[in-house]
Design a protein around this ligand. Structure first.
Ligand SMILES: NC(=O)c1ccc[n+]([C@@H]2O[C@H](COP(=O)([O-])OP(=O)(O)OC[C@H]3O[C@@H](n4cnc5c(N)ncnc54)[C@H](O)[C@@H]3O)[C@@H](O)[C@H]2O)c1
Length: 274
């Protein structure tokens, strides 16, 4: 489905991003993968290459203001074009609002809203003129071009302890719809995929003490056992999704099967929120 396409996936060192990168490669894409965690990212690349795929790793933080331009430049140098951008990198930094610091609030807006905004802006110079020229010459764009932004049920419905994350994850829905309107006449699609409970490091039991290192800070991840159990009980499909099931939603929206879908938020939630 993605033969000879070039696909960028951020946050592809583990979890949903790693599963998506592998799935895109299985479907013929050349993938550019990014993550903060260079070692985890390398293992994604090794897995893709040992299965016969093509991958380039570009480690770094998506919140570094210069990083998006660098990522696009390296992708173009390596493969000469970009077809799909998946803005997936992210983490949670939970706390009740009355105890939430400005830093905690801003960090979530930085990674879930500002970084995707800068990624999309960095694509503009590669995509807009190329699409315009193709349309002028032949009447239609010659390359598929689309963006998939990752949102969450926390953004669509709110979630206790996640005022910061929920705001970022709903912000990305507004960004998605706006890009769909601004770039639609160039044949460029932009959709969001909002996940419910996906079984990754982000959603492990708090007891497992999973953490992410952001600069000098080590931030606790995971959710309390009571909430994990309660969540499973109100998911119509009755369980969390695997990272591969989540990644399939991303591929669906990036694929030719979604050629006339733009500005949409696909809920991959096992039925939560219906
Ligand atoms: N797991 C879920 O239930 C769930 C639900 C809704 C939305 N999401 C979203 O899905 C996306 C992927 O999450 P996941 O569950 O796979 O988590 P994960 O922790 O398994 O993987 C996320 C990856 O993103 C990387 N990352 C974080 N900040 C980064 C940065 N600044 N620059 C580059 N890489 C960075 C991490 O190092 C990690 O490898 C996130 O945007 C998350 O908010 C997940």
């Amino acid at each position: 489905m993605f033969k000879d396409q070039v696909v960028i996936v951020t946050g592809a060192g583990r979890g949903i991003g790693a599963a998506a990168a592998k799935l895109f490669a299985q479907h013929g894409a050349k993938v550019v993968v990014n993550d903060l965690d260079a070692a985890a990212l390398k293992s994604t690349v090794v897995e893709i290459e040992s299965a016969g795929g093509v991958a380039l790793d570009v480690p770094g933080s998506v919140t570094d203001p210069d990083f998006p331009d660098e990522l696009m430049k390296l992708s173009m140098e390596a493969f000469g074009k970009i077809n799909v951008l998946v803005n997936n990198a992210g983490y949670t930094w939970d706390g009740m609002i009355h105890k939430m610091t400005d830093e905690q609030w801003q960090a979530m807006l930085d990674v879930h809203a500002t970084a995707p905004f800068r990624m999309i802006r960095a694509l503009a110079s590669y995509w807009r003129d190329a699409a315009k020229a193709e349309i002028q010459n032949t009447g239609v764009p010659q390359q598929p071009r689309c963006i998939v932004n990752i949102s969450s049920t926390s953004g669509l419905h709110g979630n206790i302890g996640q005022a910061n994350y929920a705001t970022g994850k709903l912000g990305i829905v507004g960004l998605t719809k706006t890009i769909a309107k601004e770039w639609g006449n160039l044949g460029i699609r932009c959709n969001a995929v909002a996940f419910g409970l996906i079984d990754t490091r982000l959603t492990q039991s708090k007891h497992q003490n999973e953490r992410i290192q952001i600069g000098e800070r080590s931030i606790a991840l995971g959710i309390p056992d009571e909430i994990r159990q309660a969540a499973a009980a109100h998911i119509p499909l009755g369980r969390a999704a695997t990272p591969e099931e989540a990644a399939s939603g991303i591929l669906l929206m990036a694929s030719p099967l979604a050629a006339y879908i733009t500005g949409h938020t696909l809920e991959v939630t096992g039925g939560v929120g219906i």
